[in-house]
Design a protein. Structure first.
Length: 701
């Protein structure tokens, strides 16, 4: 996109091209790619044509800027129509006033934009609508947006089939589909601009009659609700048309030039917007038509901030806090500062703080899973943390960071005070998750979890064959209950993750399990690799090479599925993902134990992870802060130079780290010593030795 000259067309437009018309420049760029594809088809170079097809419709990452493709652009402009329309209506409702008449000025400003659009897209497609239709056409419902996408995607599949079979019919079909997508993108952009200008003029009139302080107070009051609702609408459509949640961020930012940096060392970053189509419209209205420029600052501070916060909360796996040090209406660019797991109670910034924690709230369970790391039983431990001790634990955690806290078990829903614990954690700023077998979750329980503050729930599902899952879990009917739990949670708008433990029995079923997960509305899929601890030591593990092959094959199938996929307890996935050129921004490190993650046992013992049962302290005896920062084991885990053997020599040790639990647990001494019992104990063996289940040979080893 940077290669396109803005100066060459700036004098032909009313609005600033860079601020307001990236959408048009993207269309022109894609039109050129279409021409290149037609040349390739004529030369029988169908491989090049397929590559251009994917770039045009599905997008690509360039050196400096990303093109979200026709699909991403259309999604973005659809979402922006909803956003801009909602801004106006939510403000009128909050202030309980009628819509002021701004039609005369609105028509003038909109016609100037329409003139720009006609000039910029004349080589792409004729304008599909005029002023009257932009003002009066019914806005698409969520179902209508999905239907439109499905119709366009159906045509895309036909073109792709022609390209795959090297059929010359691909040429005219390709061009037809381009025209259909381009028409819809232009249509939505024109309607979006109409709503943008209308919202500005209405707000400016309200500022005159009610005063800026009253207006700002109303915006501040409704901003969070507005942000969550508008992003929720966009997410719903995005997921239902087949795009994963992780792509929502790039889609929602598609009309911007952005510099974004994130640091694993400081767990923070900046997102800088170098242009803004909303501000571009506001600026033009202020300079040519005298609209009060102070109103633009209110949009930046409240509605745009709330929208950005809700969007990031939707796509980021870890809790964060967001600030806005620069407003585009004031500084000429917009900047957000983001800090992962920020807690105002933490005394100072630290490099290593928990981003995720799991707390086994009970050992009690209603199933008998053959691989259980905690060796759960039908009875809870006699000395499990009480309700007040649990709340105190969460208070202690907040003095270090504000992580995603996953309440697990056993089966956590067997604990009588589970909702009280969820509500308390949510109230003090923790992001609350739940790890369950799903057997106790129906619509009523799912609604209660949502009301208490749960944001994500993981459900174990180990086969697409009901009887096989039931046998693995030790209870007849477990599969049906797990599947129904996923459906109930999605119905209540809770993010669902399926956890599958890889074994000899389901090794060839992973693709089928992923398809099942998609069918029932699941978004995240974690493939767990067996660690020989707890009851898991009695199972025969698959070979190291099969681990390697499974990770590679699963990643290769990601494009086939909408799921966000992450292997667990196999940190070598980071090396494999990097070698395959995958987007790794959503992952911090392969093994996070002791760096960004730890586990709390039911009695308050702290261990690096559930599979590494080394007691580092108990929160009844020491504060969590003291254990986290002062434990010698935690300190060693944070030092990559402490690793031994080929892990210590590996060029990927910063990314991966090797599975410390597997390195510790696969020694015969540990297995003989622990047997079935997986209660935390004193250090008995070397957790820093090489991971014996990694087949990679470091270059210098």
């Amino acid at each position: 996109m940077e290669s396109v000259s803005f100066k060459s067309v700036d004098k032909l437009t009313n609005f600033d091209v860079r601020q307001c018309h990236k959408w048009a420049q993207l269309l022109v760029s894609r039109k050129q790619k279409l021409s290149d594809a037609q040349v390739a088809i004529a030369k029988q170079d169908f491989d090049s044509a397929k590559k251009l097809f994917n770039q045009i419709f599905n997008g690509f990452m360039g050196d400096k800027q990303a093109d979200p493709g026709m699909a991403g652009s259309l999604l973005y402009h659809m979402a922006m129509v909803s956003k801009m329309e909602s801004e106006t209506q939510v403000l009128l409702d909050e202030l309980n006033v009628k819509m002021p008449n701004v039609s005369a000025q609105l028509n003038k400003i909109y016609c100037d934009f329409e003139s720009d659009a006609k000039e910029l897209t004349q080589a792409v497609a004729p304008l599909p609508i005029g002023l009257k239709e932009a003002a009066t056409s019914p806005r698409l419902s969520g179902e209508e947006k999905i239907a439109l996408f499905n119709k366009l995607n159906k045509g895309n599949k036909k073109v792709k089939a022609f390209l795959d079979s090297k059929d010359p019919k691909a040429g005219p079909s390709f061009e037809k589909m381009f025209d259909e997508w381009a028409e819809q993108v232009i249509r939505m952009r024109l309607i979006q601009e109409y709503e943008t200008i209308k919202g500005l003029l209405v707000t400016a009139e309200l500022a005159k009659t009610l005063g800026l302080p009253t207006l700002e107070a109303a915006m501040a009051k409704v901003q969070d609700k507005f942000g969550q609702e508008t992003v929720s609408i966009a997410l719903d459509v995005t997921l239902k048309v087949g795009m994963p949640r992780g792509k929502l961020q790039s889609v929602m930012l598609s009309d911007h030039f952005i510099n974004m940096t994130m640091s694993n060392d400081t767990l923070d970053g900046n997102m800088e917007f170098l242009n803004c189509p909303i501000y571009g419209s506001h600026k033009y209205a202020a300079e040519k038509y005298g609209v009060d420029s102070k109103v633009s600052g209110l949009f930046c501070t409240h509605f745009c901030f709330a929208h950005a916060k809700a969007m990031l909360d939707t796509v980021l796996p870890f809790p964060f806090t967001l600030w806005q040090p620069k407003l585009i209406a004031t500084h000429g660019n917009c900047e957000y500062y983001l800090k992962l797991a920020y807690s105002p109670e933490a005394s100072k910034a630290e490099r290593f703080v928990p981003l995720v924690m799991s707390w086994n709230v009970t050992r009690e369970c209603n199933m008998k899973c053959s691989h259980c790391y905690i060796n759960a039983t039908e009875k809870k431990l006699a000395n499990e943390l009480t309700t007040e001790e649990g709340k105190n634990l969460m208070d202690q955690i907040r003095k270090v960071s504000s992580p995603l806290l996953i309440l697990s078990g056993g089966e956590p829903l067997l604990r009588q005070d589970i909702y009280e614990l969820i509500e308390y954690g949510s109230s003090i700023g923790l992001k609350m998750g739940l790890g369950s077998n799903g057997s106790l979750i129906d619509d009523a329980v799912a609604a209660k979890l949502k009301g208490a503050g749960i944001t994500t729930v993981s459900i174990s599902l180990d086969s697409h064959i009901p009887a096989q899952h039931d046998e693995f879990r030790g209870v007849v009917g477990a599969w049906e209950k797990a599947v129904n739990a996923c459906k109930a949670l999605r119905k209540n708008n809770i993010l669902v993750q399926v956890n599958t433990t890889l074994t000899h029995e389901n090794y060839d079923q992973i693709d089928d399990i992923m398809s099942l997960a998609e069918e029932i509305g699941v978004e995240n899929f974690h493939l767990f690799f067996l660690v020989p601890t707890g009851r898991g030591i009695k199972l025969t593990d698959i070979s190291p090479q099969k681990y390697e092959d499974m990770i590679t094959n699963t990643f290769a199938k990601v494009s086939k599925h909408k799921l966000n996929v992450r292997p667990s307890c196999a940190p070598q996935f980071m090396r494999i993902a990097k070698g395959m050129g995958l987007d790794m921004r959503q992952w911090v490190r392969g093994c996070m134990a002791g760096l960004y993650y730890c586990r709390i046992y039911p009695n308050g013992d702290v261990t690096p992870c559930p599979y590494l049962p080394v007691k580092l302290g108990n929160i009844r005896e020491k504060s969590f802060k003291e254990i986290w920062f002062n434990s010698p084991v935690f300190k060693a885990l944070r030092d990559p130079n402490s690793l031994k053997g080929k892990c210590g020599a590996c060029e990927y040790k910063i990314l991966c780290g090797g599975c410390r639990a597997r390195a510790y647990g696969l020694s015969s001494d540990f297995i003989d010593y622990c047997g079935d019992l997986h209660e935390p104990s004193e250090l008995k063996n070397d957790y820093l030795t090489e991971d014996p289940w990694c087949v990679y040979q470091p270059k210098t080893y």
